[in-house]
Design a binder for this molecule. Structure first.
Ligand SMILES: Nc1ncnc2c1ncn2[C@@H]1O[C@H](COP(=O)(O)OP(=O)(O)O)[C@@H](O)[C@H]1O
Ligand SMILES: [Mg+2]
Length: 272
């Protein structure tokens, strides 16, 4: 976890709900066009840190573009993004890509993929081993980490990707449709895994999902986006207790939330 900042008790990181002050991600005046097509125009938004936020919206509305810009992977045309007042460069950010097959280094064993970000940061080998051991102990990983990625299943590879993203103790973790290439059973399992990670670390999570059920099941808040030029259609609070098992998705409360999100979504798709 990051060192406590002025006015922020260390406990805030573990339990943001107990904080007297909400740490925010502030997005201000964001503009983005691609070849004359406006994706974002003067887009502003506050999001709470220490929460799990899902992003859902019409295909091509700019979900990936949004998280790529606010994670610093892609340039904005204009605008500012601050994490509790700090710039993107001053914030520890990690990113889990949709396509785990291209995201892991095939020439490195799983364990060396996990070590890699620390190596790039210049962390000495002994400390690196200690940090990776701690991480693996915390999440009871049951994967042969001496294996090369291609010998692992899709779910195992994506687990390795997530561990690699977590090894730097990020303040914010971005995930762009991380489970969309997995089969349904593995997807359900990975949703459970990700929840465990969130409940343990309370790392701010920003998850793009094209699966509304997944978006709701995992989130404190679902950010619903409009068609382009993209605005916030609604931010829906999901006040369900953690952990959310697969069974919760059939509860009355859940289906009510899903119906509401779908209504907003269809109004956007039809342009009403
Ligand atoms: N690098 C790029 N160059 C040109 N157009 C792009 C680029 N990235 C995304 N786009 C376009 O911007 C729009 C939003 O893309 P994207 O953020 O990937 O949508 P989503 O993730 O919501 O499906 C799409 O029309 C896409 O074709
Ligand atoms: Mg996308």
């Amino acid at each position: 976890m990051h060192a406590p900042r002025q006015g922020v008790a260390g406990a805030d990181v573990v339990s943001p709900r107990s904080s007297g002050r909400t740490r925010l991600i502030t997005i201000r005046g964001l503009d983005k066009t691609f070849g004359g097509s406006t994706i974002y125009k003067d887009f502003s938004l506050d999001l709470p840190q220490g929460r799990f936020i899902s992003i859902f919206g019409p295909n091509g509305c700019g979900k990936s573009t949004l998280i790529n810009m606010i994670s610093g992977l892609a340039p904005m045309d204009a605008g500012e993004v601050l994490y509790d007042g700090q710039t993107i460069q001053e914030t520890r950010i990690s990113y889990v890509f949709q396509n785990y097959r291209e995201a892991l280094f095939p020439w490195l064993r799983a364990i060396d993929n996990i070590h890699y970000p620390l190596k790039v940061m210049g962390v000495p080998a002994a400390e690196r081993r200690a940090r990776v051991d701690n991480l693996l102990a915390e999440f009871e990983v049951k994967i042969d980490l001496n294996a090369y990625p291609y010998t692992l299943s899709g779910g195992q590879q994506q687990t390795v990707s997530i561990l690699r993203a977590l090894v730097t103790s990020p303040e914010v973790l971005f995930l762009d449709e991380p489970f969309s290439a997995l089969d349904y059973e593995m997807t359900l399992f990975m949703r459970e895994q990700l929840q465990k990670i969130f409940m343990k670390t309370r790392t701010t999570m920003l998850l793009v999902s094209h699966d509304l059920e997944e978006a709701i099941q995992l989130a404190d808040k679902v950010l619903l986006l409009t068609r382009r030029p993209t605005r916030v259609a609604e931010i829906v609070d999901v006040d369900l207790a953690w952990p959310r098992t697969a069974a919760v998705t059939t509860s009355e409360r859940f289906t009510g939330l899903k119906r509401h999100c779908l209504d907003v979504f269809w109004r956007q798709v039809k342009g009403e």
